[in-house]
Write a protein of this length. Structure first.
Lengths: 417, 256
């Protein structure tokens, strides 16, 4: 006869409250009351004949274990034994069919609220298993299919004091972008080019991780990514600085060699729930398409001032410098999509929770003609195969189409107003 | 930005920015119209919403004219390690401005001062003993500053605290009044604040009729102070009602 046995030990994390209760009970004279619950499942197999699973449950109660009173260091040693009183302990055993108990469990679950609590506890204690269980069913905890991005909305002109602004919302991730135009003296090497300064901020209101005085790690990363995407500089082999970004910096020139626009683009994250870069890029692009450059003129001191109609009569010589250049022409409009790669699954547009559990991210930026602009895969435990990257690009193609209609609708809405 | 940011050329805004040192004559006359056409004793329309930020345990958005504010509440959560043991909870307040909040970029006023005033006005209304050993963080971001920033931040913060379920004796409402020549104007805009002779701000618990903070700056006469305080308290109780109805509304929509 062969007895095969396997033991599964489930270790459980205890809540602090429970630990505190146990700690106080350890000091009691009676000792710590223990309850032992053992579940066995036995199967008999004789050649091809196989019995049903028989469940045996042994329950032992009223065992009082006394713990030695010396310090923690010694009680760790394996040699010390611990006595327990079992005088009034009672044990009982009974058998059950495992299939039956399962049914009972599920029946209970449907009626009371405790099962709801358990799902929530399970989500917090075993986040990875919780999510993998969902992935098996090709669905995500917020009921989205894997490849679908969250609902996205866009509002232009949200900040009245800025020259161009937009509020972008992807799910609950919210970004507010605003552009302020200021005047600068262009650098000697590029006398007829303006400049764009991009800054991404994560104020403490946006996430419990950020605290005042301790900026979020993600902020400078996203800031750099945005700058790289919007204003890219490519060195050509004959040493000419060729700018291939979204905006032609030459359009920002006012008076060659004397004055040019400096566009300060500040993006604030108001609510951080994953896919920060995608939302920030969308807000930035929308702010640029909303941008209205103020009409300015050169005054007698050589400074650029806002051209106002009141002055027209008295100073005819101060003509506006940029009457016909009120809007920037965006050479290509770029949209981004972040995907999580986990095993064989690709999850588009992750939430903050998903990002914290499955750490491999791929961010793809495409322009409006579906050309690949950039691709970030900042490390992560999962390796990306070519096929996965191609799948991600296919997903972002779809997303670009969606975002383009959203942006066009937002621009139309604004023009109607 | 990458290559050029290092150079960081000095820039200036083309719009006329520096406020004229002399205040315009309109403000000294007895009869003048406020920049936004309000009566002297009329507040700006208030727009309030709770639940603006999902990541926070409670939040609120407030818009009074062109002043726009978001407040998030985090906690009660573990106090910083360096903190001493405390039987009662702690309140940590921080106010920051966006770079585009003010007409001139990055010219926000001193935040530390506003943060500590926010702390002082809320402290008295919160039942700190309900969350011992922990900290409640109140973070505010002024999206656009259009005058009366601090009172708006305070009212919005108390709404956010209520949204987060932090126990309070009452909602905290704040209103300020500016003294301009012979006139008292309630809920002043930035332009009026720049030319004011004095200002008075009250934060109070409207249904208990208690004042948590009273700030008076500038030139005041005693009867003027009385008049201003009455104006403020009256406005506070009205604002309290608006905030209460906003909370009720959000509670009833969340139940559905």
């Amino acid at each position: 006869m062969i007895i095969r046995s396997s033991l599964i030990g489930n270790s459980l994390l205890l809540e602090t409250e429970t630990v505190n209760r146990i700690r106080s009970e350890l000091k009691k004279k009676l000792g710590l009351p223990l309850k032992i619950l053992l579940d066995f499942e036995a199967v008999m197999k004789v050649e091809s004949f196989r019995s049903k699973k028989v469940g045996i449950r042994i329950k032992c109660e009223k065992i009082h274990s006394l713990f030695p009173k010396y310090g923690g260091a010694r009680s760790n040693s394996s040699s010390s034994s611990v006595s327990a009183t079992v005088s009034d302990a009672n044990c009982e055993g009974f058998h059950f069919h495992s299939s039956e108990t399962k049914m009972v469990d599920s029946a209970n679950g449907a009626t009371d609220l405790s099962s709801e609590m358990e799902v929530d506890a399970f989500r917090r204690l075993f986040p990875l298993r919780f999510h993998e269980r969902h992935l098996l069913e090709s669905v995500r905890p917020d009921a989205r299919p894997l490849g679908k991005a969250r609902e996205t909305s866009l509002a232009l002109g949200a900040v009245a004091s800025a020259d161009g602004s937009a509020l972008a919302k992807i799910g609950s991730t919210t970004m507010l972008a605003a552009i302020k135009m200021e005047v600068m003296t262009p650098a000697n090497e590029t006398p007829d080019e303006g400049c764009i300064a991009i800054d991404f901020h994560m104020p403490p209101i946006c996430s419990p991780i950020v605290r005042p005085g301790r900026p979020a790690e993600a902020a400078p990363v996203v800031s750099k990514q945005l700058a790289d995407t919007i204003v890219r500089h490519v060195f050509f082999y004959f040493f000419s600085l060729y700018n291939s970004g979204m905006i032609d910096l030459k359009e920002l020139s006012l008076v060659s060699g004397k004055a040019a626009w400096m566009a300060y683009l500040d993006i604030y994250c108001l609510d951080a729930d994953g896919a920060l870069f995608d939302a920030a890029l969308l807000a930035a692009v929308a702010a640029f398409s909303h941008l209205q450059i103020p009409v300015v003129s050169l005054n007698d001191d050589g400074r650029i001032v806002v051209f106002s109609k009141e002055n027209v009569g008295e100073k005819l010589k101060n003509k506006p410098v940029n009457e016909e250049k009120r809007k920037l022409s965006l050479r290509s409009i770029q949209f981004g999509l972040t995907c999580i790669v986990h095993k064989n699954y690709i999850l588009a547009d992750p939430t903050a929770e998903e990002e914290s559990i499955m750490e491999t991210l791929i961010t793809i930026v495409l322009d409006s003609s579906y050309q690949l602009v950039s691709l970030y895969k900042p490390g992560g435990p999962a390796l990306a195969y070519e096929s996965i990257i191609q799948d991600c690009i296919a997903l972002s193609r779809q997303r670009v189409r969606e975002l383009q209609t959203i942006l066009n609708e937002a621009i139309c809405d604004m023009e109607v107003d | 930005m990458a290559a050029k940011a290092g150079a960081a050329p000095a820039t200036y805004s083309p719009s006329p920015t520096s406020f004229k040192k002399k205040r315009p004559p309109v403000f000294t006359d007895v009869d003048w119209v406020r920049p936004d056409g309000r009566d002297f004793h009329q507040c700006r329309p208030a727009f309030l919403r709770t639940g603006a930020v999902n990541a926070a345990s409670g939040s609120a958005y407030a818009e009074f004219g062109s002043t726009k504010v978001i407040v998030s509440i985090f906690g009660p959560r573990e106090s910083k390690k360096a903190m001493m043991y405390s039987d009662i909870g702690r309140l940590n307040c921080n106010v920051s401005y966006t770079t585009f909040a003010t007409p001139v970029r990055g010219q926000a006023s001193d935040n530390k001062d506003i943060s500590s005033q926010l702390h002082k006005s809320l402290e008295g209304a919160i039942m700190l003993d309900t969350f011992p050993k922990t900290t409640v963080d109140v973070f505010a971001l002024v999206l656009e500053s259009g005058g009366c920033d601090l009172p708006v931040v305070i009212s919005c913060a108390s709404l956010a605290l209520a949204d987060a379920g932090i126990m309070m004796y009452d909602l905290v409402t704040a209103v300020s009044v500016s003294c301009l020549g012979k006139n008292l104007v309630i809920d002043p805009v930035s332009e009026e604040e720049n030319y004011q002779d004095g200002s008075l701000m009250i934060t109070c618990l409207p249904s208990r009729n208690e004042v948590t903070q009273l700030t008076i700056t500038g030139e005041w006469s005693t009867p003027k102070i009385h008049e201003a305080m009455e104006l403020c308290l009256d406005a506070c109780s009205k604002l309290g009602k608006i905030m209460r109805s906003c909370l009720k509304e959000s509670a009833s929509t969340s139940q559905e």
